[in-house]
Design a protein around this ligand. Structure first.
Ligand code: NAX
Length: 346
């Protein structure tokens, strides 16, 4: 492991250690500068960065580390680059698992799951054995929900709820597109939920959403809100690829930062806005059975973060349309769980 920078922070809290896997790639690059500038934990909390890569990705991480030095971030205590997961997760308080095996042409789903099992199984074990007791894990690398499940099942000593997967990008897309469509301010949109899997089966649900206090489905109409809107959000990743010629990067890094920031520091839990409901966000967390989602599946639900823990928003009414959409996405997650179990990965 190489240490490429060591600015000490006198009279400051001890640094929080953040490990980023796939740090030589695009999302890692987009995330690390914001993390080093204080976006995760605020302006008074130093961070120590651990960049975990495979050998062919190390040069990218090294180059990024040189640029981090050149930013002279006052909050950046150190940058270490590792290729061994045991070293990369040593003392980690936050682990962002970004590097994964993407699907390539001709690859069957079972091959994809097996290839990712070979990454997320060992990483889960390394987190289990070497990370800090308070480690929080966010999986970004796809298939994110099932990769998170594999890592979690390989880390039996870490509380299960510390393993989460990213559906905040889908949530932010859902909020942003609703605001754009209606001309409302983003800050006036509340109560949007992404249910299920980070895949095209996800269900962006406006049933409980409000726009400046008005029921969102009344504002936009159910034809759009339960039709084209769902498809647009669920296929936004493909839309970005088509227009930009590359996958979502800055928005994915931003969402990962939002997820961890809110997890550690809390969502805004005071009731705000005309609807008088405390805002929530969407996170993929291990199910405890709420809303009929089979226990243990890492599925996206509406949640608030209180005292450093995600709490599912309870008591939302689920109508027939929503039930069918949630069940379809959850069924996909259950099938993925069966497949990785059959492959001996969990
Ligand atoms: P890149 O290909 O730019 O970077 C991935 C990096 O991971 C590479 O540098 C590679 O060397 C490294 N890597 C591969 N295996 C590794 C391992 N075992 N340990 C450490 N590093 C490893 O991809 P990027 O655009 O950064 O995307 C990363 C992942 O995010 C992909 O799986 C992508 O599908 C996923 N996404 C997830 C999103 C979400 O909302 N959950 C949205 C954005 C993105 O599509």
């Amino acid at each position: 492991m190489m240490n490429t920078s060591a600015a000490s922070g006198a009279a400051r809290p001890a640094p929080i250690t953040v490990t980023i896997t796939g740090a030589g790639g695009q999302i890692g690059y987009a995330a690390m500068f914001r993390i080093a500038s204080g976006a995760l934990f605020g302006p008074d909390q130093p961070v120590a960065l651990r960049l975990l890569e495979i050998p062919q990705g190390v040069k990218g991480a090294e180059g990024a580390a040189l640029e981090l030095t050149d930013c002279a971030f006052p909050l950046l205590a150190s940058v270490d680059i590792a290729t061994d997961p045991d070293q990369g997760f040593d003392g980690s308080n936050v682990a962002l698992l970004v590097g994964s095996r993407p699907r390539t042409a001709g690859m069957e789903r079972a091959d994809l799951l097996a290839a990712n099992g070979a990454i997320f199984g060992p990483q889960g074990r390394a987190i289990n054995d070497h990370a800090a007791d308070d480690v929080r894990v966010l999986v970004v690398g796809n298939p994110a929900n099932t990769n998170a499940l594999i890592a979690q099942r390989n880390a039996p000593d870490v509380p299960a709820e510390r393993f989460t997967a990213l559906t905040r990008l889908d949530h932010n897309r859902a909020v942003g597109l609703l605001a754009e469509h209606t001309g409302a301010a983003v800050a006036d949109v509340h109560g949007v939920t992404i249910w299920g899997n980070h895949s095209t089966t996800q269900y962006p649900d406006l049933s409980h959403a409000t726009i400046a206090g008005r029921a969102a489905l009344d504002v936009v109409g159910t034809d759009w809100g339960r039709g084209a809107y769902i498809d647009r959000v669920a296929n936004r990743g493909a839309e970005i690829i088509e227009v930009r010629g590359g996958s979502s990067v800055a928005s994915a890094a931003n969402a990962a930062i939002d997820h961890v920031h809110d997890w550690v520091l809390g969502t805004a839990n005071e009731a705000t806005g005309a609807d008088g409901v405390a805002p929530w966000t969407s996170v993929s967390i291990p199910s405890t059975g709420a809303y009929g989602i089979p226990e243990g599946l890492i599925a996206s639900v509406p949640a608030r973060s209180v005292d450093g823990e995600w709490r599912v928003v309870e008591g939302l009414e689920i109508d027939e349309f929503s039930r069918a959409r949630i069940d379809a996405s959850v069924a996909e997650l259950a099938a993925e769980r069966e497949q990785v179990a059959a492959l001996g990965l969990i």
